[in-house]
Design a protein around this ligand. Structure first.
Ligand code: SME
Length: 167
């Protein structure tokens, strides 16, 4: 398998259709968590030129924390407590977080001083439990919109279904 660079459409619906197809393609037949999330973080990072960090945090049930998973970007904090930071808040509230300005998010955990905005999408298992989050940072303020939130939920559902063995 060799990666072929593609040009993403600018129109959001078409952009997320393409991203969804790319995620399907590069995780095809893979039910191993690390392998699927490693390629997913690469595919997503390539699609967002202004994203300086794209990766996953996985729920560590024994320690009630998120632990760093596959990612693209600078080294990051390895553990995040339940309800802490943007990621822990998304986990606790079971809801996406769209942060236009990280300086204004109380408790934001800074990993890269170039980051200005962030989006976090919770990932659900078949029983409705959160098993991890997708975290994306951008150097641009207010880079992520609610349209991106909805598009990412749709695109990342490929991975959720893949890991449940449904696709
Ligand atoms: N900013 C995140 C921490 C992880 S880094 O962005 C990679 C947070 O507040 O949870």
């Amino acid at each position: 398998m060799s990666y072929i660079d593609i040009e993403y459409p600018t129109e959001k619906q078409a952009f997320y259709d393409t991203l969804t197809e790319q995620l399907k393609l590069y995780t095809d037949g893979e039910d191993n968590l690390t392998a699927a999330l490693a390629n997913a973080s690469s595919v997503i990072k390539l699609a967002f030129p202004d994203a300086n960090w794209v990766g996953f945090y996985i729920v560590d049930k024994a320690r009630d924390e998120l632990v760093l998973g596959p990612f693209q970007g600078r080294p990051a904090v390895t553990r995040i407590g339940y309800g802490l930071g943007v990621c822990g808040t998304s986990w606790k509230e079971r809801a996406p977080q769209v942060v236009e300005d990280v300086e204004c998010f109380m408790g934001h955990i800074a990993c890269d001083c170039n980051t200005h905005s962030e989006i976090v999408i919770p990932l659900f298992d078949g029983d409705g439990g959160v098993w991890g989050v997708l975290d994306m940072d951008s150097v641009t303020e207010a880079y992520f919109t609610n349209e991106d939130r909805d598009g990412l939920i749709r695109a990342i559902s490929v991975i959720e279904r893949r890991l449940r063995g449904e696709e």
